[in-house]
Design a binder for this molecule. Structure first.
Ligand SMILES: Nc1ncnc2c1ncn2[C@@H]1O[C@H](COP(=O)(O)OP(=O)(O)OP(=O)(O)O)[C@@H](O)[C@H]1O
Length: 277
């Protein structure tokens, strides 16, 4: 069954660079990301305009901004689902694109939690979480089961292994998608609009889940969201994108106090006038 599924995986939601090496399922480290002068156009649409950004190892970093401003496109470049027209991304100081980029030089694992959760409805919760482990045959079945249990516990879904994903609420699906991403102990985890389609209570629960995960993992977390309150609550630092460029970077406190009119306008429209402290 998993051989079949391998060909149907929707995008690279988990990936190990230097995949020929033995997978260490225990240690997690954060990776540092440096984005330099990144440009990307789709036909006449110049989406990313000289984007520069530095994300520190172990940070929870959110990229916020209005719809259509290039946040998801930027995220896709970090996981190489898109290739830039110019510029470079360095992960732990090693380039991932242009000349000098050697996939074998990288030894980090990354996974992405998509907006849609991208779960297999025909599989149970446990089977979805264990998919990568079984596909890559990284450990024995007994250990796979232990890891599934452990990761479900980490996202607050104890004892839900046998449920079909079609039976779950949107918030639970999101948690399963996170547990599945955690199964490989990623050094870098990326979320694309994690709160989309979630109600305020479920959004709050998800925020607390992500915060709690940071107590037990050392990975770097990058989140794309237009949900300002969510970003302010969970992030170490936030970048604001506008019109394809990064217009401000700072801690939640700095963002709330920013004098940048674009940031102020975004805060005003998304919080209906709640001003920074
Ligand atoms: N594969 C693609 N081909 C053509 N245009 C694309 C492609 N991917 C993204 N775009 C365009 O790039 C622009 C930025 O899209 P992106 O998805 O990054 O926006 P966003 O800031 O994440 O907003 P949203 O939250 O609405 O997705 C949009 O104009 C979009 O239509």
């Amino acid at each position: 069954m998993f051989e079949k599924l391998k060909h149907g995986l929707p995008g690279s939601f988990f990936h190990a660079e230097n995949g020929h090496q033995a997978v260490n399922l225990h240690d997690t480290r954060g990776v540092g990301i440096r984005i330099e002068q990144l440009n990307k156009s789709f036909g006449p649409n110049h989406v990313l305009k000289d984007v520069n950004l530095e994300i520190k190892a172990g940070e929870t970093f959110s990229i916020i901004g209005p719809s259509g401003t290039g946040k998801s496109v930027l995220l896709k470049h970090i996981v190489k689902l898109e290739t830039p027209d110019s510029g470079e991304i360095y992960i732990d100081e090693l380039p991932i694109f242009g000349e000098g980029a050697k996939p074998t030089a990288h030894d980090y694992r990354y996974s992405m939690v998509f907006q849609s959760s991208a779960l297999f409805n025909s599989l149970t919760v446990g089977e979805n979480v264990g998919l990568w482990l079984r596909e890559k045959r990284v450990c024995k079945e007994l250990q796979v089961r232990e890891i599934i249990k452990q990761k479900l516990e980490m996202v607050g879904l104890v004892g839900k292994e046998e449920l079909r994903t079609s039976e779950l609420s949107g918030g639970m699906k999101k948690r399963v998608a996170i547990a599945r991403s955690l199964a490989m102990n990623p050094d870098l985890i990326l979320y694309d609009e994690p709160t989309a389609e979630l109600d305020p209570v479920t959004t709050d629960e998800l925020a607390n889940t992500i915060l709690k995960l940071k107590e037990s993992t050392r990975n770097t977390t990058v989140i794309v969201t237009h949900d300002l309150n969510f970003a302010l609550y969970i992030s170490d630092r936030i970048a604001m994108m506008h019109g394809g460029s990064v217009v401000e970077v700072g801690t939640p406190r700095e963002i709330k106090k920013s004098d940048n009119p674009i940031v102020r306008g975004f805060i005003y429209t998304t919080t209906k006038g709640i001003r920074g402290e």
